[in-house]
Ligand binder design. Structure first.
Ligand code: SAH
Ligand code: SF4
Length: 388
């Protein structure tokens, strides 16, 4: 018989502690299909109906967004009762929601252990992008990033990552079950892993979560609508291509190692040359799946014409687009945003070299929701308390 590693509730013999606390209820959100199927075997051991059960449950949770087992109307009442004894459908809690004058929504979300993360929804004319987090805080401390000033608390698990999407879909009322016609344009059409944390330092959970997001019978977002941004964790880049296959964005930000060392300190470990070598062999790289180079525009630091020229030389041969991000200030930040004129001149050089060079218009600035402005306030308070 196959051993079930993830589900102590289903072990026939409970330990004394488990007996005292009662059986553990597992969050069904974030489980892979395999994990779900393995756990279901204990409820209904007849293998014939397992796949059907798995599909039914999967579709209720990820396609219709139901929050209780009672709503699974194509499953018998008796079976639903058994599901309730074994699983929970847990949601992250929206602790606070702020809506910017430009329509951007910033969510402060509470995790089960009380930690908090932020997610940002950015509506645009032809798409809606949800920016989600991969860690509480970040171990890296890029000098221009607000998240970097918060220490890492913990990695998110797959449930925390997928949970961000579920809860924002709830808030946007984007579940077909609530009457949304199937052909309606999606409110969340794109996902970017550009919130708090370094996704490639939490590889397994990010991969598992994105597999759930891409599953065709669930949330069903194409891998071409998901972008993972990394500061340059070189050893995991190839794996990201092979095991996730989504679009890749690189927080590049400088054209010499000396400057990149100060802006993105991970560069001291894997420098520009090492990073570019890894990118040239990124498994899914093609003209239709270009790499996005993110480049924050910092006044008098990395924004000269010479920088622009060096940049296009460095990335020559890589199918790419350059996303220029005007620096978003935060309380106490040591940099200034480049002038519009400077950004235009930089963009022009990059563009003439044959690369698209869109300037990202800052969104949700009035609510500190723009790139690099995310940080969970509660942690600072809790951390301060810990130090007392
Ligand atoms: N840790 C990952 C994912 C975060 S993505 C990474 O660094 O790639 C967030 C993007 O916003 C990154 O490109 C980051 O470099 C950029 N960013 C961070 N702080 C910023 C700021 N203050 N202004 C503009 N962009 C910023
Ligand atoms: Fe972490 Fe990315 Fe911010 Fe750097 S830019 S501190 S890697 S979240």
């Amino acid at each position: 018989m196959e051993e079930i590693k993830t589900d102590i509730a289903l072990k026939p013999d409970l330990t004394p502690l488990e007996k005292l606390k009662g059986p553990q209820i597992n969050n069904i959100v974030g489980m892979s299909r395999n994990e779900l199927q393995r756990s279901l075997k204990n409820i209904e051991p007849r293998p014939k109906s397992l796949k059907m059960r798995e599909n039914q449950i999967w579709s209720w949770i990820y396609q219709k967004g139901i929050k209780t087992f009672d709503h699974m109307t194509n499953i018998s009442k008796e079976y639903r009762e058994n599901l309730k004894k074994t699983f929970a459908i847990e949601r992250l809690k929206i602790e606070k929601k702020q809506i910017s004058i430009d329509g951007t929504r910033k969510y402060l979300l509470q995790l089960k252990d009380g930690n908090q993360i932020e997610a940002v929804y950015i509506p645009e004319k032809n798409r809606g992008t949800l920016c989600i987090s991969s860690q509480v805080g970040c171990t890296l401390n890029c000098s221009f990033c607000f998240t970097g000033t918060q220490k890492l608390v913990r990695n998110l698990d797959a449930a925390d990552i997928v949970g961000q999407i579920l809860v924002v879909r709830d808030d946007l009322n984007e579940w077909p079950y609530n009457g949304m016609p199937k052909d309606r344009k999606r409110k969340i059409s794109n996902i970017v892993m550009m919130g708090m944390g370094e996704p490639l330092y939490n590889f397994d959970s990010v991969r598992n979560a994105l597999h759930i997001v891409m599953d065709n019978e669930g949330i069903a977002l194409s891998k071409k609508r998901i972008t993972l941004s990394t500061s340059g964790v070189v050893p995991e880049i190839e794996r990201a291509g092979n095991e996730i296959g989504c679009l890749l964005a690189i927080s590049f930000h400088a054209t010499t190692d000396a400057v990149r060392n100060t802006l993105v300190p991970i560069n001291k470990k894997w420098n520009i040359d090492t990073l570019l070598t890894a990118l040239r062999t990124y498994p899914t790289l093609s003209n239709s799946q270009r790499i996005t180079f993110e480049y924050v525009m910092l006044k008098d630091v990395n924004d000269s014409d010479a920088d622009a020229k060096r940049l296009v030389k460095l990335i020559a041969g890589i199918p790419a687009k350059i996303n220029l991000i005007p620096f978003n200030p935060w309380p106490g930040s040591p940099y200034e945003r480049s002038t519009k004129k400077r950004i235009a001149s930089f963009a022009e050089i990059v563009n003439r070299a044959g690369y698209a060079s869109p300037v990202r218009s800052p969104r949700g600035e009035d609510i500190m929701a723009a790139c690099g402005q995310l940080k969970s306030e509660s942690f600072k308070i809790k951390n301060a308390r810990c130090k007392i």
